[in-house]
Write a protein that binds this ligand. Structure first.
Ligand code: PMP
Length: 397
């Protein structure tokens, strides 16, 4: 048997292409200010990005990235552990720890890698991980690499979590950790962090919150879901990414000094992979300045999300609004969702179709997400296109 047979037999992508509904890997040739993109001969409003604060095209951020390239070059060509630590990496980690009101912070190449490295290094073979069933793939993969048991509770179901905590015996020397997304990436709903804190106290568990979609935008100061719920001090570890509000690429984990120091010296994602590029580090520092100095960007973002939610509801759509910059529109069956997506594209609007298993069965959705920099015209164009397509497909909420 040829090991490549699975690839030769793989038909799904080509079958979808044959129907004309294939929506993936669409090459953007130009990005106009972040809220508009050019794909082929079309200009589209971007309503499928995680650029929540619209900072990818902020002149101050772009200038900082260019200057860092001039000063340090384009890459570090080594891991933080060896030759890849720049003075600005240390500055960035100190600034992030202070921003999140944690003792220390360590970064790695992506949020994905950060989760994998931190979880695999912390959760040993006597330990138990309690994870939300809808957690991000990088948490699942970290748990797979860890030698710990991984028990999944039903999405945001605190009774199920308590049942698992109550009925799971620890082996001597073992510990517990509850891991959850702060904002769940597809539905955009928030974890029940205060309830998780209460259960963690009752059952002596540590807590890790992956706040990839929240840091920078959720909470009065943008410190994420723990701040939003007023429980920052009770969340042990915060994971984040720089690929969303921080407008570049990289990931971090923040928490108690000894734990971060342990991750720094034992996480394979830190030790065996190159450090963030100078341009990305400078981008994070510039974004952090703006996140701290311009709270009005968050106000603008939330006003826009509220406007869009009202707009979709007035059009009769079923909108999932979980309190994040993500509004998911429930369409229902897979084919209609893909057709809806294709027609939106033709109308000049870019969104992301989400099908099971990423969405609950029978609840395929169009995931829309917003930026502080979307203009009123951008928003009205998105609503207008949804209206036209819904009328054409004769589905209205
Ligand atoms: N965690 C969550 C909850 C995410 O949504 C994502 C990205 N979609 C990641 C981690 C991974 O982040 P990165 O893009 O930096 O690898």
């Amino acid at each position: 048997m040829d090991l490549f047979n699975k690839a030769y037999r793989y038909r799904r992508a080509n079958d979808l292409k044959a129907t004309g509904l294939y929506p993936y890997f669409r090459p953007i040739t130009e990005s106009c200010g972040g809220t508009r993109v050019q794909i082929g001969d079309r200009e589209l409003v971007m309503a499928g990005s995680n650029n929540y604060l619209g900072l990818t095209h902020d002149p101050r951020v772009m200038k900082a990235a260019r200057e860092a390239v001039d000063h340090f070059g384009t890459g570090c060509t080594g891991s933080r552990f060896l030759n890849g630590t720049l003075s600005i990496h240390e500055q960035m980690e100190e600034r992030l720890a202070a921003f999140l009101q944690k003792e220390a912070c360590i970064t790695s190449g992506t949020g994905y890698q950060t989760n994998v490295g931190a979880i695999a290094t912390l959760a040993g073979k006597s330990d138990v991980i309690f994870g939300d069933r809808d957690n991000h793939a990088s948490i699942i993969d970290g748990a797979r690499l860890a030698f710990a048991r991984h028990l999944k509770y039903r999405h945001n179901d605190m009774e199920d979590l308590e049942r698992l905590l109550q009925t799971t015996e620890l082996v001597p020397g073992g510990g517990r950790i509850i891991i959850t997304d702060g904002v769940f990436s597809m539905l955009g709903d928030l974890a029940h962090v205060p309830e998780i804190v209460a259960l963690a106290k009752k059952y002596e568990a540590r807590i890790m919150v992956d706040d990839a979609h929240a840091v920078g935008v959720v909470g009065p100061n943008g410190r994420g879901t723990p701040e939003h719920f007023g429980v920052s001090d009770d969340v042990d570890l915060v994971i984040g990414t720089f690929s969303k509000s921080f407008a570049c690429l990289g990931g971090f984990v923040a928490g108690p000094r000894e734990v971060i120091d342990y991750i720094r010296h034992t996480s394979r994602s830190v030790i065996f992979s190159a450090s963030m590029t100078p341009g990305s580090v400078a981008t994070v520092l510039a974004c952090l300045d703006i996140i701290e100095a311009e709270p009005e960007r968050r106000t603008q973002l939330w006003d826009k999300v509220a406007y869009m939610k009202r707009g979709f509801e007035e059009l009769g759509f079923d909108v999932i609004d979980g309190g994040s910059p993500i509004l998911s529109i429930v369409i229902g069956d897979d084919t209609t969702t893909m057709e809806f997506n294709k027609q939106l594209f033709e109308q000049g609007v870019f969104v992301n179709p989400v099908l099971p298993p990423a969405a609950p069965p029978g609840m395929s959705l169009l995931r829309t997400s917003y930026m502080a920099t979307h203009t009123q015209d951008d928003l009205d164009e998105i609503l207008g296109a949804f209206k036209v397509v819904a009328e054409r497909l004769r589905i209205m909420g």
